[in-house]
Design a protein around this ligand. Structure first.
Ligand code: UD1
Length: 420
């Protein structure tokens, strides 16, 4: 089993490349199922979640040309419409093949994902939307079996859901007639999917708003598309620079996608500046200051950045409440931060109250989910002494060569093989 060994206390300095967003690459890969022609995605990295979805798409009959910075998928003929439990249990985003498979083939059999480390994460809203579009859905042996020719419908999502918006959009582009998605998610990755589908010939109005109007077309073309930069990876490096009082340039990053994070870093005198090809983070004069954090749908503060900010707050002066409004169980990293000396006064399912102090101390800790795991790496970068972060396979789902990127910025971090 691999772990990260970190010796804290080195200010990060230099340039880091921010690649395409994991949360965009995955739905964009699913969109390849909608056309017989090649879909080329540029600016990607082969995170383990990308590899899992790639294996699933190949099992459905997709061909893939894997280049270091790009991936071309071609779903000329699909040989299967089943997404097995092995894939979906490994990564929930595998469930998003449901909409495009149903739209293209008139049937799909996709394993139900079940819960995960951060919450129950039901899929009822996805299924209601497809049923409204005429799908007949049954549950058989742990699988969703969906059948039918999809037709346009007026759909109101009773809760904003990124996944349900992706999945329904992927179905609606090939449905007959007009579909209206109301209360749709407006996360940049949803917008990226809509923009790529438009480039493939889909007729979508209202991109970037909560109401998407989709006129179904009979077929979509291939496309060559550059994936939107990863705002969560950028926030991770920005916070890493902040807590080590460093100065870094995040090549390829976009500040406009991470304004909720910028707002929280500003009181700490951390300067973030957009240039033509990236974002500067200057934290050399930083005085980390506690600020309240409340996660909510975009453009509010992202749930994916919540764990990262808890590490920041452990090191900031003052006290602050962190409220999590998207998931009911996203504080699994908190007991581990406590073991590193974080003063977390109160924790329940929806909030934690953190009393910041100047220092954390290195410890052996265990990642229990992707972002929670990275919050422990951040803590290690700022802590006194040595930190070992175990179970880094969670982290590698969403970060490509994180240790290498941090090392290039001057961090003392190595990937080590440890006994189970
Ligand atoms: C969510 C985040 C996304 C983040 C991802 C991984 C939001 C709105 N979404 O997306 O930014 O990148 O986690 O951390 O911040 N729900 C239902 N029924 C459904 C679908 C969703 O009750 O059918 C609930 C979920 O349990 C959750 C909320 O709606 O409480 C938002 O879920 P959703 O946006 O679908 O989750 P993800 O797509 O995983």
């Amino acid at each position: 089993m691999y772990a990260f060994k970190i010796k804290g206390g080195h200010p990060l300095k230099g340039t880091v490349m921010i690649k395409g967003a994991k949360n965009a690459i995955l739905p964009l890969m699913c969109a390849a199922l909608l056309t017989k022609e090649p879909v080329q995605l540029n600016n990607i990295s082969y995170l383990s979640d990308v590899q899992t979805l790639l294996a699933l798409l190949k099992s459905l009959g997709c061909q893939a040309d894997e280049q270091p910075d790009s991936l071309t998928l071609k779903a000329e003929t699909l040989t299967s419409t089943t997404a097995s439990y092995d894939f979906v249990s490994k990564m929930r985003a595998s469930f998003w093949v449901l909409g495009p498979l149903l739209a293209r083939c008139g049937e799909a059999r996709v394993s139900l994902p079940g819960g995960c480390a951060i919450g129950a994460r039901p899929v009822d809203i996805y299924l209601e939307a497809l049923e409204k579009m005429g799908a007949r859905i049954t549950i058989e042996n742990g699988y969703i079996v969906a059948k039918g020719q999809l037709k346009g419908a007026d759909i109101y999502f009773r809760r904003i859901s990124v996944g349900a918006t992706h999945n329904t959009l992927l179905a609606a582009v090939l449905a007959s007639g007009t579909t209206i998605l109301r209360n749709a998610a407006i996360e940049p990755e949803v917008t990226d999917l809509a923009l790529m589908l438009q480039k493939m010939g889909a007729d979508i109005q209202g991109i970037g708003t909560h109401t998407l109007t989709i006129k179904g077309v009979s077929q979509l073309d291939g496309v060559c598309y550059r994936v939107v930069p990863d705002r969560i990876e950028a926030a991770t490096f920005a916070i890493a620079a902040a807590i080590t009082k460093g100065k870094i340039f995040m090549q390829g990053a976009r500040l406009d996608l991470m304004m909720a994070v910028v707002d929280l870093l500003q009181p700490s005198h951390i300067l973030l500046t957009q240039t033509e090809d990236g974002v500067w983070v200057d934290a050399e004069q930083a005085l980390l200051t506690a600020v309240p954090v409340k996660t909510a749908e975009y453009p509010a503060f992202p749930t994916d950045d919540q764990a990262l900010m808890t590490t920041f707050l452990c090191l900031a002066s003052g006290e602050a409440l962190v409220s999590e409004s998207i998931f009911e169980n996203r504080f699994m990293h908190i007991p581990e931060l406590r073991r590193m000396g974080g003063t977390i006064i109160d924790v329940n399912n929806h909030s934690v109250y953190i009393c910041g102090k100047k220092k954390l101390s290195g410890a052996t800790v265990t990642a229990s989910d992707l972002r929670g795991g990275v919050s422990l790496v951040l803590a290690g970068l700022a802590a006194e002494g040595e930190t070992i972060v175990k179970r880094i396979y969670h982290i590698e789902r969403g970060y490509f060569e994180l240790d290498k990127k941090l090392r290039a910025l001057g961090a003392d971090i190595t990937k080590i093989d440890i006994p189970l």
